[in-house]
Design a binder for this molecule. Structure first.
Ligand code: NOJ
Ligand code: CA
Length: 566
C-alpha cells in the first residue's frame, strides 16, 4: 500500500541553500562572518524561497581544510559565535519556515583533535584504534589521493609511535576507524547532539570514504558498510523523523545507486538524497557543445531514486567544479569553453570558477543552467551567491576562489562587514562580478535582475508539484540542441524545454499527455497566451538562443491540494 499524503517528505520539493557562516555576514565587525550576522540575513533567504539551509562546517577547526578538519564535534568555532548564537539562528530560521542541516564530517578529524593527539601519543592509547594504523603503507601509495597537489600518499608516518596512519584527504586529516564500534557510537552521539539542538539532518561528507575500512581487514573491518549506513539513517529517523542525510557520493551511477539503499527493496533506507555529480558534469558538457545529447544520455542512464529517497541537483558547490567523470577529451572540451587558463583549473580535473564568468557573463546561459536546476528531477541545491550571479576571485588560494564574501551592497566591504577587507577570510570578488556590479541590494529592487528571475524559478517550482514529485521522460524534439523533459504526477504534467545553442530553434514534439487541441500554459511568462497542439499532433515550440520554457500540459488550473503532497 502506498501512502499518498506524504508532505512529511518535505525534502522532495525543498530548496536547499548552502552557505559558509564565515563568509556570509559579519555581525560584530571583526571581518569574519558569524551566526549573529547570518541570523540578521534570514529575510533574504525567506524572500528567495529557501526552505532548507545547509551550513558548511562551523565547528572548532585548525583551518587546514576550511573547517573540514574539526577539533571538536560538539562546539562552535569561537570566531563564528557560541552555541547560544547557533541555536538562536536555528530557532529564527524555523520560525520563518526554514529548516537547517549541517555538514557531518566524520570520515576524519583534525590531527589536532584531542582523540588523535591521544591516539598518536602511544600505541596503548585508548584512542589508538579510533584511527587506522599500519606498520607499512600498502604499495599502491598515491592511488585515490584526493588532493594530489599537496599529497602523494594516503598514509603518513607518525614518528612518535612508529606507524603509518590513513588519511584520505590532507595529512592533517587522519581518517577515523568506523570499524571500531566505539567510533560508530560516538558518531551517533554527534548526530544526536545536533539533532537535539534543532538540526533537520546532515550533509554527509565523503560517504564512500567514511564507509571504507581500508587497512582494517585484519582488525575485523565493517562486515557490511551499507548496513552501517542504514543503521545511521534508522538512528536519525528514531531521533527525529523529518531528518535527512544528504550524501556526497561522487561515483558513477552504477556504484552510486547502492547508497540509496538495498537495490532489492524500493524503499531507500540509506542516504535520503545523493548529489547528482554525473548529471551535473554532463550538463556542463552539453553547455560546452551546445548539444543537449550528453545531459539527455545522463538522464536516461540515471537510476531512479527509490521511494523514500531523492536525487539532489546542483550547478556549483563550494569545491572545484569537478569534471572527473568525463573522459579526458570531454574534460578538455569543457576546459576550453569554460576555463582555458591554467590558473582557472584545479588538480587537472576541475575548475575553480563560478558559472557567470565561465560563460562570459551571458545572462541567457546563466538562466538556462538555473532553469535546468529547478526543472530537472531532484532537489535543487544552491550555493550562496549563485542567486545574484557572483563570480570568483582567482587570486584566492585553490578552492577558496569561490568562497569569497557574500555581496550584499555595492559599498566597500559589500555589506558583508565594516572591518578592513584585509581581515576578511577570503578576498572579495573584483571587477565585473564584484559587489559594485553584483549585489543583493540592487538586484532586489530590479524586476529584470537575475535575483528576481531566480525568485520566480523558486516560486513556480514550488507551485508545480510535478517537478519535484513526478516521474519524468524525455521527449524527442528533432533538434539536437534542445532538451525536452516532461514531469508527470497522477493528474498533472509539466513540460520543460531548454535550448543549449546560441541560435533560435523550433522544437517539434509529440506528447502522450496532449493530443490535437490540447492546451499548454506558460508557467514563467504570465502574459503569454499559451500553446495549442495542432491537428497533426506535432507541437511546435519556438526557443530563442539559449532560451527555455516551462509549460503545464492539459490543465490551466492551479490545484493547491496537490502542492507538496505528491
Ligand atoms: C568534501 C568537501 O566538500 C571538501 O570541501 C572537503 O575538503 C573534503 N570533503 C574533506 O572533508
Ligand atoms: Ca564576526
Amino acid at each position: 500500500m502506498r501512502l499518498t499524503r506524504t508532505s512529511d517528505l518535505w525534502w522532495k520539493n525543498a530548496v536547499v541553500y548552502c552557505l559558509d557562516v564565515e563568509t556570509y555576514q559579519d555581525g560584530n565587525g571583526d571581518g569574519i562572518g558569524d551566526f549573529k550576522g547570518l541570523t540578521q540575513r534570514i529575510d533574504h533567504l525567506v524572500r528567495l524561497g529557501v526552505t532548507c539551509v545547509w551550513l558548511m562546517p562551523f565547528y572548532p577547526t585548525r583551518e587546514r581544510d576550511d573547517g573540514y578538519d574539526i577539533t571538536d564535534f560538539y562546539g562552535v568555532d569561537p570566531r563564528l559565535g557560541t552555541l547560544g548564537d547557533f541555536t538562536e539562528f536555528v530557532r529564527t530560521a524555523k520560525d520563518r519556515g526554514i529548516r537547517v542541516i549541517a555538514d557531518l564530517v566524520v570520515n576524519h578529524t583534525s590531527e589536532e583533535h584531542p582523540w588523535f593527539r591521544d591516539a598518536r601519543s602511544s600505541r596503548d592509547s585508548t584512542y589508538r584504534d579510533w584511527y587506522v594504523w599500519q606498520d607499512e603503507p600498502p604499495k599502491d601509495g598515491p592511488e585515490g589521493v584526493v588532493f594530489p597537489d599537496v599529497e602523494d600518499s594516503l598514509w603518513e608516518y607518525d614518528e612518535g609511535s612508529g606507524q603509518y596512519y590513513l588519511h584520505r584527504f590532507y595529512k592533517q586529516q587522519p581518517d577515523l576507524n568506523v570499524a571500531n564500534p566505539e567510533v560508530r557510537d560516538e558518531i551517533a552521539r554527534v548526530m544526536g547532539f545536533w539533532t537535539e539542538l534543532g538540526l533537520s539532518g546532515f550533509r554527509v561528507d565523503a560517504v564512500p570514504f567514511l564507509l571504507e575500512t581500508d587497512g582494517q581487514d585484519d582488525a575485523g573491518g565493517l562486515p557490511d558498510p551499507h548496513d552501517y549506513l542504514a543503521d545511521l539513517r534508522a538512528f536519525l529517523g528514531r531521533r527525529n523523523g523529518e531528518s535527512v542525510l544528504l550524501g556526497e557520493v561522487n561515483l558513477p551511477y552504477g556504484d552510486l545507486a547502492r547508497f540509496f539503499g538495498d537495490p532489492g527493496s524500493d524503499r531507500g533506507d540509506e542516504l535520503t538524497m545523493c548529489f547528482d555529480f554525473v548529471g551535473m558534469q554532463q550538463m556542463y558538457l552539453s553547455m560546452a557543445r551546445e548539444d543537449a545529447g550528453p545531459l539527455a544520455a545522463a538522464l536516461r542512464e540515471r537510476p531512479a531514486a527509490p521511494r523514500d529517497a531523492h536525487w539532489a541537483t546542483f550547478v556549483r558547490n563550494h569545491d572545484e567544479l569537478t569534471l572527473d567523470k568525463l573522459s579526458e577529451d570531454e574534460r578538455a572540451e569543457v576546459f576550453a569553453s569554460f576555463g582555458p587558463d591554467k590558473e582557472m583549473q584545479l588538480y587537472d580535473r576541475g575548475l575553480r570558477r563560478r558559472l557567470p564568468p565561465m560563460v562570459g557573463g551571458d545572462r541567457r546561459r546563466v538562466e538556462l543552467a538555473y532553469s535546468l536546476l529547478f526543472t530537472l528531477p531532484g532537489t535543487p541545491v544552491l550555493f550562496y551567491g549563485e542567486e545574484i550571479g557572483m563570480g570568483e576571485n582567482l587570486a584566492a588560494e585553490g578552492r577558496q576562489a569561490v568562497r569569497t564574501p557574500m555581496q550584499w551592497t555595492p559599498e566597500e566591504g559589500a555589506g558583508f562587514s565594516t572591518a578592513d577587507p584585509t581581515a576578511f577570510p577570503n578576498p572579495m570578488v573584483e571587477g565585473a562580478f564584484g559587489p559594485r556590479k553584483v549585489n543583493v541590494y540592487e538586484q532586489s529592487r530590479d524586476p529584470a535582475s537575475l535575483l528576481s528571475r531566480i525568485r520566480l524559478f523558486v516560486e513556480r517550482y514550488r507551485e508545480a508539484p510535478e517537478l519535484a514529485w513526478g516521474e519524468y521522460h524525455l521527449a524527442d524534439t528533432g533538434e539536437r540542441s534542445v532538451l525536452a523533459h516532461v514531469s508527470r504526477t497522477g493528474d498533472g504534467a509539466v513540460l520543460a524545454l531548454h535550448n543549449f545553442s546560441g541560435r533560435q530553434v523550433t522544437a517539434r514534439l509529440r506528447l502522450p499527455e496532449a493530443g490535437p487541441g490540447g492546451k499548454l500554459t506558460d508557467l514563467l511568462d504570465d502574459g503569454h497566451a499559451g500553446l495549442t497542439v495542432p491537428d497533426d499532433g506535432l507541437l511546435p515550440v519556438e526557443l530563442p538562443a539559449y532560451g527555455y520554457r516551462w509549460l503545464r500540459v492539459g490543465t490551466t488550473a492551479d490545484d493547491p491540494e496537490r502542492v507538496a503532497t505528491g
